[in-house]
Design a binder for this molecule. Structure first.
Ligand code: CTP
Length: 399
């Protein structure tokens, strides 16, 4: 996803710097070259030796290092990359960037660069919410700086709230999206995929035959068009695509929470085969055979994630695409389903065993929208994905 790209990684001095070695590995696994620059403070949290070893390059650190200047002047250093990534972007670095200060190598590079800049803020929740930081954030966004995160959660300082640096995977995905010149660049798309598993007891669960192949192919096609993709997947057979923000879940309720956390998005594609039911009560210990005869499983209904998102009154994605797995009267059932759930499009497919579609490599779908039913010829799942991604691009006015 990042093959042939060079990222100038400016590492700020915050506790989140401990995640930087993992980030460097991910970026390099995806084919990027990483040139690290460390502030003096960051060296308190991660050693230059670790950073250099993982990046496979020297670490730049001091503005007035004569050897560095002889090898590559700081102005030139600021221009060699395809993207300048600041992670963790501390409150101090953000303030320096917003004000155009250039007192050390990191801030000087940021002032001198003519390449796109992305920041991954990380700081204490009060510092993040402080009007000064929020003001700086507005200024930076106004200057075209892209922002990934921060996430909300437990923080190293013991507080809870927004300010935790985005996970390395999310940052790497944002870099991939920023560096892929495609019509969906700058658009956020959510894709759900795979089956869900609903536990019966600690060792048994209810599942379905979804392999996750179609959802994975769709996510891959969207990434290929430059979208930032949040990929929420149940336990699928196929490996997840590269270049996405990966959220792995097991149950329908976990998938619902992950979907809600991913909003707002420009479009949502709900390809997951979500279990309609879960156990009304899940046994905490393994159910034993014998004594009390055959077990009777009592079900409770799972949340309908697609319907919930489709029917949001505020913050609904601009385009919501559902799937309909049917075994008979495909178009009639799927048309009714589209209206019942409130989504914009439904990709309906016949999953009768004789079609070999569920778990297979091909798909034959009918695109159902307000304007009617459009059957697509039987084709590979990757082609279905590409065709759908192209239609999404068109619908978002991004073509
Ligand atoms: N879906 C969902 N949450 C659920 C069930 C389904 O988000 N709890 C989504 C699927 O991801 C898919 C669509 O709804 O996009 C249709 O799923 P399908 O299983 O075909 O429909 P059901 O809701 O199960 O309806 P029915 O039982 O009538 O077939």
């Amino acid at each position: 996803m990042l093959a042939g790209k060079r990222i100038l990684l400016i590492i700020g001095g915050g506790i989140a710097a401990f995640k930087i070695p993992a980030l460097i590995r991910l970026l390099r696994q995806q084919g990027a070259a990483v040139t690290p620059v460390m502030t003096t403070a960051s060296e308190q949290f991660v050693t230059p030796l670790t950073v250099s070893a993982l990046a496979g390059e020297k670490v730049y650190g001091d503005l007035f290092d004569l050897t560095d200047e002889a090898e590559m002047g700081h102005i030139q250093l600021s221009r060699v990359a395809d993207l300048v990534l600041v992670a963790p972007a501390t409150a101090d670095l953000m303030a320096k960037m917003a004000q155009g200060l250039a007192g050390d190598l990191a801030s000087t590079l940021l002032l001198a660069t003519d390449t796109p800049v992305m920041i991954a803020p990380a700081m204490n929740v009060r510092m993040w919410l402080h009007p000064a930081t929020q003001r700086n954030l507005v200024l930076l966004k106004g200057d075209g700086v892209q922002v990934v995160g921060p996430d909300e959660g437990d923080m190293a300082c013991g507080e809870f709230g927004p300010g935790r640096m985005a996970e390395p995977e999310e940052i790497a995905a944002a870099c991939a999206a920023a560096l892929t010149a495609g019509p969906l660049r700058g658009r956020r798309v959510l894709v759900t995929s795979g089956p869900t598993h609903e536990p019966i007891d600690p060792v048994r669960y209810i599942a379905n035959r979804s392999s996750g192949a179609q959802g994975t192919a769709i996510a891959r096609a969207l990434v290929g068009l430059g979208a930032e993709v949040i990929f929420v997947t149940g336990p699928a057979e196929v490996p997840p695509p590269e270049g996405v923000t990966l959220v792995q879940v097991e149950t329908a309720r976990q998938m619902r929470d992950a979907v809600q956390a991913a909003l707002p998005v420009d479009a949502g594609v709900f390809a997951a085969a979500v279990a309609d039911w879960r156990m009304a009560t899940q046994s905490a210990s393994k159910i034993k055979k014998g004594a009390s005869g055959l077990p009777v499983l009592e079900f409770a209904e799972n949340p309908d994630i697609l319907a919930e998102v489709s029917q949001m009154t505020e913050g609904r994605p601009g385009l919501v695409v559902g799937f309909a797995a049917e075994t008979d009267d495909v178009v009639a059932h799927a048309t009714a389903k589209r209206i019942r759930k409130g989504c914009d499009w439904i990709l309906a497919n016949d999953v009768s065993p004789e079609t070999g579609i569920m778990g297979g490599s091909e798909n034959a779908v009918v695109l159902i929208s307000e304007t009617g039913a459009e059957p697509w010829p039987r084709m590979g799942k990757a082609e279905v994905a590409q065709r759908l991604a192209a239609r999404i691009t068109e619908a978002l006015g991004a073509g």
